[in-house]
Design a binder for this molecule. Structure first.
Ligand code: FAD
Length: 224
């Protein structure tokens, strides 16, 4: 199979290379071409508090590993979140074509429980006033690694997905590596652990994928 272009609602674009970087919709974009990719769209939520006395930008980021809670200074207050257990996974197909990330159901009770769980370490999480509560749908994989590079069985089809809630921090490197991979036919360094080719010839089932992805999500900071 070889890529010839992309068909969009506004017409067809001829192209010998296509990169599927559709985030939560990566699977749907791939499946249109008959390709399967093992990742799970997963809810991630956070709170930004109103300014708190004593909070300043020099404070460190804090991770309470066994509770999977993190907190960092943000605009005079704190930004914090939790890798919730069990994670809320989404089947984007079932949500319909008009679904937007902004429509994702949020659940502040999850964060309230997380704040209670780390009361002894971070009492501020229960007392600081909430300025903003938001979330999105990053993608988890069974081994906790990104999915990057050429798709097995489809010449010219590349993935840049499976961010495992860490896509922002490495996006410049991902972009550079993928560009080199496309132009030179190989990555600039050995990217075997995150290569989409690691799934070549492999089969997986949704239950197994979700179970492993859930473990990776909850243990984002390591197995405490
Ligand atoms: C609350 C929260 C906190 C986070 N914190 C961090 C953090 O501290 N550090 C960090 O590194 N990462 C963090 N992340 C993860 C980070 O946001 C993601 O890793 C990153 O956004 C993933 O990038 P992406 O390009 O794969 O997907 P996205 O950013 O979701 O982009 C995919 C894009 O593809 C578009 N798209 C989908 N389908 C189609 C289509 N058919 N045609 C055209 N376009 C399409 C979508 O509209 C979207 O714009 C956080 C995420 C959340 C939700």
């Amino acid at each position: 199979m070889k890529v010839t272009g992309v068909t969009t609602a506004k017409g067809t674009i001829q192209a010998p290379v296509v990169v599927d970087a559709a985030g939560a919709w990566t699977r749907q974009v791939a499946e249109v071409s008959g390709l399967c990719v093992p990742l799970v769209p997963t809810r991630q939520q956070l709170i930004v508090t109103h300014p708190v006395e004593g909070a300043h930008a020099d404070l460190p980021m804090i991770r309470i590993m066994d509770a999977a809670v993190y907190m960092r200074p943000c605009e005079g207050g704190f930004l914090w979140g939790v890798y919730e257990e069990p994670p809320r996974f989404f089947d984007m197909q079932s949500l319909g074509a008009t679904f937007d990330v902004m429509d994702m159901p949020l659940d502040i009770e999850i964060l309230r429980s997380a704040a209670a769980a780390v009361r002894e370490q971070l009492p501020i999480l229960e007392t600081a006033k909430v300025r903003e509560f938001r979330g999105g749908i990053p993608t988890m994989t069974a081994d906790g690694h990104h999915i990057l590079g050429p798709a097995p069985g489809a010449e010219g089809f590349y993935f840049a997905s499976g961010c495992n809630v860490a896509g922002l921090s490495i996006s410049p490197a991902v972009g550079e590596a993928l560009a080199a991979w496309i132009v030179d036919g190989k990555p600039p360094v050995d990217l075997t652990p995150i290569s989409a080719m690691r799934f070549k010839g492999e089969t997986w089932n949704e239950h197994e994928l979700r179970r492993n992805a859930a473990w990776q999500y909850r243990h984002f900071y390591g197995a405490a």
